[in-house]
Each structure stands twice: as C-alpha cells, then as structure tokens.
Design a protein around this ligand. Structure first.
Ligand SMILES: Nc1ncnc2c1ncn2[C@@H]1O[C@H](COP(=O)(O)OP(=O)(O)O)[C@@H](O)[C@H]1O
Ligand SMILES: [Mg+2]
Length: 342
C-alpha cells in the first residue's frame, strides 16, 4: 500500500470499484446518479434493472466555507448504527448495510424503495403532512426507548467524537464565541449533552434524512450517532420545522402543527426519554447555531427571516421555564403576517 491519499470515488470510477469487489450484478449499471444533499460525503446511487445500491464515502475535507475537521471514521459509526437500527426498528425503517470498505471509508447500502420523497423536499414545497410528523416522532421514541435498555449499545457508541467534531465544535462552541451574552447558556447546554448520556442518539435527525412514504418513514444518515442525550434528536428535528416556519411564514401554522404532532407522538402517554426542558434549551441553541455556526442553514438567507430566528432563539435562551408549547406559540406569533389595516 502506497502512502498516497486514499482514492475518492466518482461517477466514473464507482462501477469498477463495485465490480472488483463482486458487489451487484456483474454488468455495467444502467444508471449512476449523484445524490445531492450533504456537505461531508460522496453519495452515489447505482442501479441495475434488478438491483440498486447507494454508495457513501466520507470526505476528508468538508464542503463548508469555514474550517471543520471531522474524523472519517464517522462512516464506520454510521455503518454500526444502520445495522443496529435494522434490528431495533420495524422492517423498512432504515436501509440495509450491503458492504463496507473500512480502508477507503466506503459504505454500501440498499436504496430506499420507490414511492417515497425526501421529507425536506415536501416541507420546503409547503406540503406539510402532519401524519408524517407523527410517524417521525413515534419512530424516534421507539428508537430512544428501545436502545436505552441495551448496555451493548452504550459501549458500541461510547465515542463522543461524532458529537464533539460533528456538532459541539462547529455549532455550539462557534455560536457561543459569536454571541458572548448567550455563551453561558450555550455552555450549560453543552455540559448537559456531555453528561446526560442515556440512549442511542442519531445526531443528524433532520427532514433531509427522512424519506416519507404514504404509510411510513425511512431514516438515513447516522454518522453523528453516539450514546447521549435524547433531547438532542428531538430538538434537532424541531429546529428544522421552526427554521421553515421562519423562512416560509405563509405556512408557519402548518409547520407548528407538525412540530406539535411530532412532540406528542414522541412523548406518548408515558414521559418521554428526552426531558422537555432540555429539548427547549437545545432548540434555542440549535436555532442560533444554524445562524452563527459553521454550517448555516442554506435556505435561511433572507435578513428578516434570520432576524425572526434570532429573536426566537434569544427568547428561549434568556427565559427560564418556557414549555415547548410556549415556544411553538411564539414561533407562530412571530411569523404571523402583519395584520392589514381595517
Ligand atoms: N439508501 C438511500 N436510498 C435513497 N436515497 C438515499 C440513500 N442514502 C442517501 N440518499 C439520498 O442522498 C442524500 C444524502 O445522503 P446522506 O446519507 O444523508 O449523506 P449526507 O451525510 O451527505 O447528508 C439523502 O438526503 C437522500 O436524499
Ligand atoms: Mg444527510
């Protein structure tokens, strides 16, 4: 093995990469398509008439404007998490692992079956399906509750590398440095994330990583998985709904309804694993992080929308004892269309 930099897969090279490993049918694929989305991976979909594989390779350098290092071994965490969720969640809730090349950080998985849509695309088009939001919340509950009892998972996902490098450094600590008056609140939140380690947390539970079907949802993207605070996942998903309410006020009421449904389904009749007060704190932090961290939300560019997000984040971080319902009511009123004169 030479000391050369490990090869990155391309649309041109992936077919021979698979053929050398005897993965997939031994013929040229019909289609090789880059799957858009993230900033940190090459993701390619390779299809034959009778088979379909998605290949994901972690990039050594993330595609963001600012410097951000993230250990490529995060891909092996994703593989382990995908395999774990395959046993923990109902069939069809995650892709199956097909292969993993640990030296080149390449993961092969089954393609999501046809008939679904990336939830983010539906949400940004103003199609806000409350039933999907409920399924997303119920599946997260099942995951958090099911994993919490598993000591083997506590060990397997013990590394805080994904949380530290993937979230705390680029998000929380960066936003804290840029908002001195909020730094104490953000640091307290970080301390809780590092201490309150209760179950398997996905760390990237967002609408981009959910494929919605008419009767179920499928989850993707597990490279930030760690044994940690379940409030993080609930807040991460809610953050995306709040950001959309602020960037598309015309549908703010629908996004808020989806957020309420998600939380109701997550919480269920018994107390949820994630504590509501922690979810609220985390939501305040994450909203600010998507403005001032190293991975700003790409669709949140309009200055007035950014100001609404900032106002909500500041209120959450500077007010004690807000319930999630209070916060969502605030999101709705903040985004109400200005009342026209009578
Ligand atoms: N197994 C799969 N089947 C279908 N689409 C997929 C699959 N894996 C990923 N994708 C698509 O590719 C996008 C990026 O993949 P993802 O694993 O989320 O990588 P990233 O870390 O770059 O966000 C996803 O948002 C989804 O649209
Ligand atoms: Mg993703």
């Amino acid at each position: 093995v030479s000391g050369a930099a490990p090869t990155l897969l391309t649309q041109a090279s992936v077919a021979s990469f698979l053929r050398e490993r005897q993965i997939g049918p031994p013929r040229a694929p019909d289609a090789i398509e880059p799957l858009s989305g993230g900033i940190s991976n090459i993701v390619l979909r390779i299809a034959w008439p009778e088979a379909c594989i998605v290949v994901k390779q972690s990039l050594p350098q993330l595609r963001v404007a600012e410097e951000w290092t993230f250990d490529r071994a995060r891909l092996l965490i994703e593989r382990d998490c995908m395999a774990t969720l395959g046993t923990l969640l109902p069939a069809g809730s995650v892709p199956d692992v097909v292969f993993c090349d640990e030296d080149r950080y390449v993961l092969g998985m089954t393609c999501a079956p046809p008939g679904g849509e990336v939830w983010q695309d539906a949400l940004l088009a103003g199609r806000v399906d409350v039933a999907t939001a409920g399924r997303v919340g119920a599946l997260l509950r099942r995951l958090h509750v099911g994993a919490a009892a598993r000591d083997d998972l506590r060990e397997r996902f013990a590394s805080l590398m994904p949380l530290e490098q993937g979230r705390l450094d680029p998000y929380h600590r960066t936003a804290a440095a840029r908002n001195p008056d909020l730094a104490a609140a953000i640091e307290a939140d970080v301390a809780r994330l590092l201490e309150n380690r209760r179950t398997l947390v996905l760390g990237d539970f967002s609408p981009k990583n959910v494929i919605a079907y008419p009767d179920r949802v499928l989850l993707l993207d597990f490279e930030v998985a760690h044994w940690g605070d379940p409030a993080f996942d609930a807040a991460f998903m809610l953050c995306h709904l709040v950001l959309k309410a602020c960037s598309r006020p015309v549908d703010a009421t629908a996004y808020v309804r989806a957020a309420r449904e998600l939380w109701a389904a997550y919480h269920g009749d018994e107390p949820a694993l994630a504590r509501e007060a922690d979810v609220v704190d985390e939501l305040g932090c994450l909203l600010l992080c998507r403005l001032d961290g190293r991975s700003p939300a790409e669709y949140l560019t309009a200055p007035d929308a950014r100001e609404r997000v900032r106002a909500i984040a500041r209120t959450i971080l500077l007010t004690d004892d807000l319930s999630l319902s209070d916060v969502l009511a605030l999101v709705e009123t903040t985004n109400e269309p200005a009342r026209s004169p009578a």
